[in-house]
Design a protein around this ligand. Structure first.
Ligand code: PEP
Ligand code: MN
Length: 332
């Protein structure tokens, strides 16, 4: 249950009511908002007297529920806006990891040259093995800051654990929470007060309900700018790395008020399938795409099998414009 309280209540009254209802107080500038754990709670007359409006959800979705907020949330990223009726599909492209100055410079030059708004690249990599390349860390963030400045690009980069969450929030235009971190409540809670848009990836073996509930941790912390990213889930099928859940994308678009982005690269795991999946997602009218591209994919230090080379990325990018236009959208 979401309770919008009357304006100008003093903080003590809000805290008292929150305590009585076992509710979370959502920080914000306007009137106080409380979210209770149970779907339905009856309010005593003195509690009702403090209340302006009440939304009762019969699902485990509260602030993300489209019935609570009918319009998709509008999120400003640099000069662009996604969600909230915007026709922009945000292209976030770049290598899996920042590997060297030469490598990230080549990627920045490619995407900026094509008019792509956002450079993606990880600096703190959540690898399956501790013996694999773990990312350049702060040195990678510094290189991204340089590319951002020099090429006028927005930057999305991921936070792997709580030790560097502040450094990533500082450096990024969009903070990415990876699939393996979807359940990291330290990260989720810190991102709730980040003051930057957050792209939350779906965990590899999580239901849509669990995914949206993870987003609720960020929303209930007062950060309204949460973007959901479907990146493939683990199924019984081993021929592709994961299975891109486009049914899930349709569900999230229909039932939540959060912008939805698709990452076909990690879902497929192999470069050959990425362009078709990217076009399929674009035709669904998603709010953004996350695509990996690398100057020399076979020698990439992470995710070598799935990154597009530059020629493949150029070809894909050229093909997306008409698909987006066919559904009344444009790629930025
Ligand atoms: C990535 O974007 O490079 C990444 C590690 O993705 P995921 O969290 O979806 O595995
Ligand atoms: Mn990757």
């Amino acid at each position: 249950m979401i309770i919008h309280l009357k304006e100008h209540l003093d903080a003590a009254a809000v805290e008292r009511l929150a305590g009585e209802l076992e509710a979370v107080v959502v920080p914000g500038n306007g009137r106080a908002v409380l979210v209770t754990p149970a779907a339905r709670k009856t309010l005593a007359p003195d509690q009702e007297a403090l209340t302006d409006s009440v939304f009762v959800s019969d699902t485990d979705m509260q602030l993300a529920d489209r019935r609570y907020r009918r319009e998709t949330r509008s999120i400003e990223v640099g000069e662009h806006r996604i969600g909230g009726g915007s026709d922009a599909t945000l292209m976030m492209a770049g290598p899996c990891s920042v590997e060297s100055r030469e490598q990230i410079e080549a990627c920045a030059e490619l995407v900026a040259g094509l008019g792509v708004s956002t450079l993606r690249a990880g600096c703190f990599k959540p690898r399956t093995s501790p013996y694999s390349f773990q990312g350049l860390g702060q040195a990678g963030l510094d290189l991204l800051a340089e590319m951002r400045e020099r090429y006028g690009l927005l930057v999305i980069t991921e936070v792997r654990d709580a030790t560097h969450v502040d450094a990533v929030i500082e450096a990024a235009d969009i903070v990415q929470i990876g699939a393996k971190s979807m359940y990291d409540h330290g990260i989720l809670r810190r991102c709730g007060s980040a003051g930057k848009p957050v792209l939350l990836k779906r965990g590899l073996a999580t239901t849509l309900q669990e995914f949206v509930q993870a987003a609720e941790f960020i929303l209930s912390g007062g950060n309204e700018d949460v973007v959901l990213c479907e990146r493939g889930i683990r199924t019984f099928e081993p021929k592709t790395r994961f299975t891109l859940d486009l049914c899930g994308v349709a569900y999230l678009k229909h039932h939540t008020n959060l912008p939805v982005v698709v990452d076909p690269t990690h879902a497929m795991g192999y470069a050959y399938g990425v362009p078709d999946l990217a076009r399929a997602a674009t035709a669904m009218g998603v709010d953004g795409l996350l695509i990996e591209t690398h100057p020399d994919p076979p020698n990439a230090l992470s995710d070598a099998s799935q990154q597009l080379d530059f020629a493949q990325f150029r070809e894909l990018f050229a093909s997306l414009g008409p698909v987006a236009a066919a559904v009344g959208r444009r790629i930025v």
